[in-house]
Every structure is written in structure tokens, then in C-alpha cells.
Design a protein around this ligand. Structure first.
Ligand code: TRP
Length: 384
């Protein structure tokens, strides 16, 4: 039996997502929920939902009920600034943008320069602050609504600490240890940190919906243990899969192995060369065998990347699948197609990223939602 492991710090092996739903005790994102989402948003679902990149949830049904009844909800997601962002990091942000736009809701984005300093031996606090700025540019480039989005960096928005205090009083070491596997050697900053990541789920007195990769779920599981005792909702979540590294279907793209990832700041030409050289395909060893036996799209990273993000057209994707299986499509052709799509994406992203510099102030400090949050008192239930 294949072994795999998913924690907030580590993803290893070929992840069995159905098993993960069982292990984590989450619920599958059903056809029915997707249909409801399409109906409520007036049309077709975007690629991330159609292709089941988001595959699991907690209380998403209740979020939709809240929306329908007019109670509303809000969105929260985040980024740990430990290095440059790659394709795998940004896809959940695109999904989040779609949700914000369709439901017209507020969005909070937590940049955890504190977390990455505490958890990564090699990074200085200076480093994580520097990466925070770089990552914020990539996030702004996605195109969120500047008046409905607040991007905050934990080391600056220190009100987060005040909110974390009553939360920290609800979590004892044995709970945190059970969820995160802390040991005697864990730094005490690490042990406190889950309270900081839970705090934004209490930014509004409505249900919070967190679109994020499933490795973050342990934090939400913990939040759901005590949220109601503080007079808040248990947070809801939409869980995404991981984008496989270029070099194989196991694990996730890793910042420490540059050949496995395409960074958002990669020169498009270099990105093309990386894909050409390192992308694993499901092809046969020779062209002759490929024509006779056909390829194996299930074992192909190039196909996966097209499926997850780079081929929006369902019909074209199916045609590619069948042509590959039938031996009518060679791996080189597919790679060239993916390269072209990735390069188009990078050029567009980088163009938007340049413009993002001028928007940082607005998202962090001066936009409507940012102003509201900087000026607001600590919510009453958290002051008692
Ligand atoms: N812990 C996350 C990381 O390492 C950062 C983060 C903070 C986050 N809050 C979040 C991610 C909410 C998703 C949703 O990247």
C-alpha cells in the first residue's frame, strides 16, 4: 500500500485524497454542493471547482445557507512568506478571487512572517519580512477588490496578538500537541502560533470560509473545538489538493528544489526550459511504442497541470486525453503546448505584478476594509 503524509509542514508520497477526507474527518465537496454554487453564482463554475481541485470542505453547505438567507459570510486565507511563490501557491488565490467576486464578500489575507521565522531554522525575521513584501505583490496581482480585501502582515498588524490571547486561553498543550505533534523540543513560539492563525476567523460575527490547501486543516479543526465557546461560528473551509511538482506526481512543489517548480517570477524563457527538461510525462520509452500502446495521462504531470489550471476548455482537455491514450499524441507536443500556456500566464502575471507595487498601501492600510480593521476595537466577546 502506498504511504503518504500530509501535515502543515510536510507533504510526502502520492496523496490519496479520498483517504485524506476520512483521516481528517472532512466532507467531500459533492456534485450537489457544486451545483448549488453554480446556481447561486449565476452560471458556470470556474476550472478549480469543475476539475475538482477543491475536493473537500467543512460546513460549506452552511455557508451557502447563510448566503441565501442574507446573513452573509466572509473569506479568509493566507500565505507563509518563506520564499518565492510558485504556481501551486497561487491557484487557491484565484479560486478565492472568484468566490469574492461572485458572492461580493470581504476577504482577509494573513501574511505570516512570524510563523515562517519561528518554524524555519534557516530564515531570519528580516528574510520573512522581505518575502512578505514580495509575496504580497504576487497576491495583489491576482486582482482582488481593494475595498473589500485586507492584506495584513502579522508582525505589523499587532492587534492580531491581542485577539489571539483569549484564543490561546482556550487551547491547552495536550490539544495542540495532539493536532500538531509538538514535542519538548518545539519552540514556545511555535506552540503559541496556532492562536494567531485562528484569530482572523473571528474578524466578523458571521461564518468564516477559508479556501486553502488541505494541509492547513489542522488549524481549522482546532478552531472548531473552541469557537462556539467564545461566541463565534466554527469556521468553514474549502480544501484544495496540491499541485504536483514538475518532476513527479508525489508530494508538492518545493521551494528548496527549484527544478520542481515554476515560480511566478521566473523568466518565461527559463520556465519553458525547465518544463522541457524536467516535466515528467506518462509517455512510452520510444515513439514507436507510444504510437502502438498510447501514453498514460494519469501518470503525466504535463496533463495534470493542464487539467488543474492551464487548459480551461473541457472539450480540448478530453480530446487531448483520448489522443494520448490512442497513441496519436507525442509527449513533445503536449510539453510544447503546456510551455506556451505557462509562458502566457507568467507574462500576464508579471505585468500585473509590476502594477501591484502601487496598490500595496491600499490593500494593507488605506483601502476601505483595511481602514475599518486598523481602526476597530477588539471585538467585545474577545475582551472578556
Ligand atoms: N500557515 C500558512 C502557510 O504556511 C499561512 C496561513 C495563515 C494560511 N493563515 C492562513 C493559509 C489561512 C491558508 C489560510 O502558508
Amino acid at each position: 500500500m502506498a504511504e503518504f503524509k500530509v501535515t502543515p509542514w510536510d507533504v510526502e508520497g502520492l496523496v490519496d485524497y479520498d483517504k485524506l477526507i476520512e483521516q481528517f474527518g472532512t466532507s467531500p465537496l459533492t456534485e450537489e454542493l457544486l451545483k448549488r454554487t453554480a446556481e447561486l453564482t449565476g452560471g458556470e463554475l470556474p476550472i478549480y471547482f469543475r476539475r475538482r481541485f477543491f475536493f473537500s470542505h467543512r460546513d460549506y453547505d452552511k455557508v451557502l445557507n447563510d448566503y441565501e438567507s442574507g446573513r452573509g459570510f466572509f473569506l479568509y486565507t493566507g500565505r507563509g512568506p518563506s520564499g518565492p511563490m510558485h504556481i501551486g501557491h497561487i491557484i487557491p488565490f484565484f479560486a478565492t478571487k472568484w468566490l469574492q467576486k461572485k458572492f461580493g464578500v470581504n476577504l482577509y489575507i494573513q501574511i505570516t512572517d512570524d510563523e515562517k521565522f519561528l518554524f524555519k531554522d534557516k530564515l531570519t525575521f528580516e528574510d520573512t519580512k522581505r518575502w512578505a513584501y514580495q509575496n504580497i505583490l504576487d497576491i495583489i496581482a491576482v486582482g482582488f477588490d481593494p475595498d473589500k480585501t485586507f492584506i495584513f502582515q502579522n508582525s505589523e498588524f499587532t492587534k492580531i496578538y491581542e485577539m489571539a490571547i483569549p484564543i490561546a486561553k482556550k487551547i491547552n498543550f495536550s490539544m495542540a500537541k495532539a493536532v500538531f505533534g509538538f514535542t519538548e523540543q518545539s519552540k514556545i513560539g511555535m506552540i503559541f502560533y496556532p492562536a494567531i492563525q485562528a484569530a482572523p476567523t473571528f474578524f466578523e460575527k458571521r461564518r468564516c470560509l477559508i479556501p486553502a490547501a488541505i494541509d492547513q486543516d489542522p488549524y481549522w479543526r482546532l478552531q472548531r473545538d473552541f469557537a462556539e465557546s467564545l461566541g463565534y461560528y466554527k469556521t468553514a473551509a474549502l480544501h484544495s489538493k496540491f499541485v504536483p511538482p514538475l518532476t513527479g506526481l508525489e508530494g508538492k512543489m518545493s521551494a528548496s528544489k527549484p527544478e520542481t517548480a515554476i515560480y511566478l517570477t521566473d523568466d518565461p524563457e527559463d520556465a519553458g526550459r525547465k518544463i522541457w527538461r524536467f516535466a515528467l510525462t506518462g509517455g512510452q520509452p520510444t515513439l514507436k511504442e507510444q504510437r502502438e500502446k498510447g501514453g498514460n495521462p494519469e501518470k503525466c504531470v504535463v496533463f495534470k497541470w493542464l487539467e488543474i489550471f492551464f487548459e480551461e476548455d473541457d472539450k480540448k482537455l478530453m480530446e487531448r486525453y483520448h489522443a494520448c491514450k490512442a497513441g496519436a499524441l507525442m509527449c513533445g507536443e503536449c510539453k510544447r503546448y503546456l510551455i506556451q500556456r505557462v509562458q502566457e500566464f507568467l507574462k500576464e502575471h508579471q505585468r500585473r505584478r509590476e502594477k501591484a507595487e502601487k496598490l500595496v498601501e491600499k490593500f494593507k492600510y488605506t483601502g476601505k476594509l483595511a481602514q475599518e480593521k486598523w481602526n476597530e476595537a477588539i471585538p467585545e466577546p474577545l475582551r472578556r
